[in-house]
Design a protein around this ligand. Structure first.
Ligand SMILES: C=CC1=C(C)c2cc3[nH]c(cc4nc(cc5[nH]c(cc1n2)c(C)c5CCC(=O)O)C(CCC(=O)O)=C4C)c(C)c3C=C
Ligand SMILES: [Fe+2]
Ligand SMILES: [Fe+2]
Length: 344
């Protein structure tokens, strides 16, 4: 094993306990091109935390079918939501903004903030190196997923530890736990619903919550994601004084033929006009940043399907993105995990 040697971090003074924070998100294509989308999907869907099917069975399907057909279709969706000003995907724009805003909050404590993507760039290895070059010997990593899943949180942590495995001199490293009913998170979501509804000409007939889905098999095998989504919903309904019928929970973004968590968002929402529900707002509490799944799958695809089914208006409660309430939450999470380190 050849361990990485980085003269810039080795030159830093040692033994002073300087802390750093790392925000980790999923990953997104580097460019609006079919090659870039294929590379991203290839890496993402080869992760055995995401697709647990045996490699011998899955890789031929992935290489022979999925990566030949899906990238072109996904590219169309990415093009519809692309941030043209920065020529990048919104997930990248918002993740960077979150890190910059958090950095401003922690600057006075001398705590730098870096951001990384589990798949693609900036890699976890590069982000950890960036912090170490600034002299960080202690790093808190915050996976940007309020609800834990092995397919997101665990794989982000795996990749961070893989990067550490390559270092001779490692920083101390902590990973933050999920935060499905953290009061600051719930307050931020509840305020975002109230703010959004206030922008509409009339109150929507129904507010629907939509989380990214997960194969039922993973939940049966012990993934706590479903339970954590439900914890978020219990707290959010209480904060908004709504019951289950007034703020139902649904799951979007199903991938592949297996059974995923239900009810599925699209058929649920498309059936609403038949019940006389013609205006709907959708909140997606599991996504801290707008992305292809929120802006396109819900904001474009589902909106059209709802109107085609007789609905009149479907609006999106924007994700928390770069709102101060989200930065308050990230700052609180960072300070909580830095506790015992800061000033030590
Ligand atoms: C088996 C497949 C997938 C699992 C399991 C899965 C879990 C999961 N994903 C998120 C968050 C995001 N997923 C995003 C995109 C996306 N997800 C899958 C598949 C699985 N996700 C695919 C194929 C894609 C790509 C989009 C497409 O081609 O249609 C994104 C957005 C990325 C972006 O660039 O905007 C996010 C965010 C969670 C929280 C989760 C576990 C519950
Ligand atoms: Fe996903
Ligand atoms: Fe999707």
């Amino acid at each position: 094993m050849r361990y990485l040697f980085d003269p810039a971090s080795a030159a830093q003074p040692y033994g002073h306990g300087k802390c750093g924070v790392l925000l980790v998100n999923l990953g997104t294509p580097d460019a609006a091109s079919v090659e870039s989308v294929r590379r991203y999907l290839g890496e993402f869907l080869s992760d055995t935390r995401v697709i647990e099917t045996s490699k011998l069975i899955w890789q031929p399907i992935l290489r022979g079918i999925v990566l030949r057909t899906r990238p072109a279709k996904s590219l169309e969706a990415y093009r519809r939501i692309w941030n043209e000003d920065r020529d990048e995907s919104p997930l990248r724009t918002y993740t960077r903004a979150q890190a910059e805003l958090l950095s401003a909050r922690l600057a006075a404590d001398g705590v730098p903030v870096a951001w990384a993507m589990r798949y693609g760039a900036p890699s976890l290895g590069d982000a950890i190196a960036t912090l170490m070059r600034q002299g960080c010997e202690r790093i808190v990593s915050i996976p940007l997923y309020p609800q834990y899943s092995a397919t997101t949180t665990a794989t982000a942590n795996d990749q961070a530890f893989r990067a550490l495995m390559r270092l001779r001199r490692q920083p101390a490293f902590r990973t933050a736990p999920s935060f499905p009913d953290d009061p600051l998170y719930i307050r931020a979501l509840a305020d975002s619903v109230r703010d959004h509804v206030a922008t509409l000409p009339t109150r929507p007939d129904l507010i629907v919550a939509s989380f990214h889905g997960l194969p039922v098999q993973y939940v049966k095998a012990g993934d706590p994601y479903d339970a954590e989504c439900r914890r978020t919903m219990v707290a959010l309904r209480a904060a908004l004084s709504l019951d289950e019928a007034q703020l139902p929970l649904t799951f979007q973004s199903r991938f592949g033929p297996t059974k995923w968590l239900q009810p599925y968002t699209a058929p649920f929402v498309e059936a609403l006009p038949k019940r006389g529900i013609r205006s709907v707002s959708v909140i997606m509490p599991g996504f801290l940043a707008d992305c292809i799944e929120t802006l396109d799958e819900i904001g474009n695809e589902l909106r059209h399907a709802f109107v085609a089914a007789g609905g009149e208006q479907l609006s999106l409660v924007p994700c928390l993105n770069d709102q101060p309430a989200l930065i308050d939450l990230l700052e609180a999470l960072a300070r909580r995990e830095l506790g015992g380190w800061l000033g030590a």
